[in-house]
Design a protein around this ligand. Structure first.
Ligand code: FAD
Length: 398
């Protein structure tokens, strides 16, 4: 066995990134402890899109059937003129090797936590990490005794307390704010609709149980409130979309409670580790949510890290290999999400041209959308290891 097998690994944060990494690492034979600040595992009340690249990891972990029980399989994405309500195009999302799913975040957290525990991971809630000593692997908590580990993963999100030990990259406001809401009693086709308006857009998609997930985004020059999100009067959201199509306004009228998020991110650092400490998920590479990739990229991270630990001769090499394999991929996805901010928010003549172009792609070459997204959705981190498969000859993850 190499020096990186059966490590004692601590993960700070039991979000989607920390739990899926914990699952992959426990399956690979490591001793995993996950420390979560919140008193109980929970997620914000909102939906999530798991795209085929994230699904590839879950499929190889054997979670496909469990996911299908709590998810809706998406059939298409429909860019829509948010002012007139006219459908601009309909791009198929089904037909690939792995499904594209809509589900509730809380359902995914429950499923991942159960699978991680079954694989032997220990999840400790109500345990906030305060600091770490990367050279020794000591983890220091807000309360209680420090613990020592061979590897510490900072999966503590965009506001990571451990990231400053690795990089100076600080999160900054992106000039975009988002409202989120879940509507009850709405039956909708299994499609994501992107309602585009000048400087704004709304994404809606169904969740199991007759619910509809809604995210509305607008450009805004500053972020005044303290903190990252706050309760918001739905009337303010409705006022921002007062010129929207009647169908969209009818949905917005049904919102009883919403929260407003300032969207923040930082650059992806060059180095992802120092000593025994490494970054994962939003702590490493936060993205605008306009390509539904933040959680999917975090899920990919966990698998790649587990494989890198299997493949490399020592911890430093494994963590270097992990960052080397992840860096270009997450940078490309983040840039594409950033470009969507522009594509969705066009106004004036460029808006008409963009809508015509989307419609033309749909009519003339409907497969072109799938082909254009293949680098993202068709990427399967569980299979793209030719060199490493030769090195190890097997994988214990499956
Ligand atoms: P987080 O989810 O932030 O989890 C971090 C965890 O660490 C939390 O549980 C937190 O409580 C815990 N923690 C924090 N500090 C400490 C500490 N000091 N000690 C211990 N624990 C700590 N992504 C998709 O893939 N698909 C989508 O459809 C999608 N939609 C989105 C829509 C919106 C509006 C937004 C804003 C984001 C969306 N994302 C989506 C992005 C996705 O939510 C994030 O990228 C993802 O949740 C990141 O997971 P994470 O585990 O890295 O971090």
């Amino acid at each position: 066995a190499s020096t990186t097998s059966r490590l004692a690994i601590a993960i700070a944060g039991a979000g989607i990134g920390g739990l899926s990494a914990g699952l992959c690492l426990a399956r690979a034979g490591h001793r995993v402890e996950i420390f979560e600040r919140a008193p109980a595992l929970r997620e914000i009340g909102a939906g999530l899109q798991i795209t085929p690249n994230g699904a590839a990891v879950f499929e190889r972990l054997g979670l496909g059937p469990a996911l299908d029980k709590v998810a809706i399989r998406a059939r298409a994405v429909r860019p829509t003129d948010g002012r007139s309500g006219r459908g601009i195009a309909r791009f198929a999302l089904d037909g690939g090797p792995y499904p594209y799913r809509f589900l509730h975040r809380a359902a995914l957290i429950d499923l991942l936590a159960d699978a991680a525990r079954d694989a032997g991971a220990r999840i400790v809630t109500g345990q906030a990490v305060r600091a770490a000593r990367p050279e020794t692997g000591d983890l220091i908590f807000e309360t209680g005794e420090p613990t020592r580990h061979e590897l510490i993963l900072a999966a503590d999100g965009l506001r990571s307390v451990l990231r400053p030990l690795i990089t100076d990259e600080a999160a900054r406001f992106t000039g975009q704010v988002a409202w989120r809401a879940v509507l009850n009693g709405v039956e909708a086709a299994p499609e994501a609709r992107i309602w585009m308006l000048p400087g704004r857009h709304v994404v809606t998609y169904p969740l199991p149980g007759g619910r509809l997930n809604l995210v509305a985004v607008r450009e805004q020059s500053g972020w005044a409130p303290e903190g990252w999100d706050h309760a918001e009067d739905p009337a303010r959201l409705r006022a921002v979309f007062a010129d929207a199509a009647p169908e969209l306004r009818a949905l917005l009228d049904r919102i009883e409670a919403t929260r407003l998020w300032g969207l923040f991110r930082h650059e992806v650092p060059e180095r992802w580790h120092v000593g025994r400490l490494a970054l994962l998920g939003d702590a490493a590479h936060p993205t605008l949510p306009f390509l539904a990739q933040g959680a999917n990229l975090a899920i990919e991270d966990g698998w790649v890290l587990a494989r890198a630990l299997e493949a490399a001769p020592d911890l430093d090499a494994a963590l270097g290999l992990y960052a080397q394999r992840r860096g270009p991929r997450v940078r490309r996805a983040i840039a594409a999400a950033q470009a969507n901010a522009r594509n969705y928010h066009f106004s004036g003549v460029s808006r008409r041209i963009a809508h015509l172009a989307l419609g033309a792609i749909d009519r003339v070459a409907p497969g072109r959308f799938t082909a254009r997204m293949d680098w993202l959705h068709g990427h399967d981190v569980t299979r793209n290891w030719p060199a490493i498969a030769r090195m190890t000859g097997h994988s214990s993850l499956e």
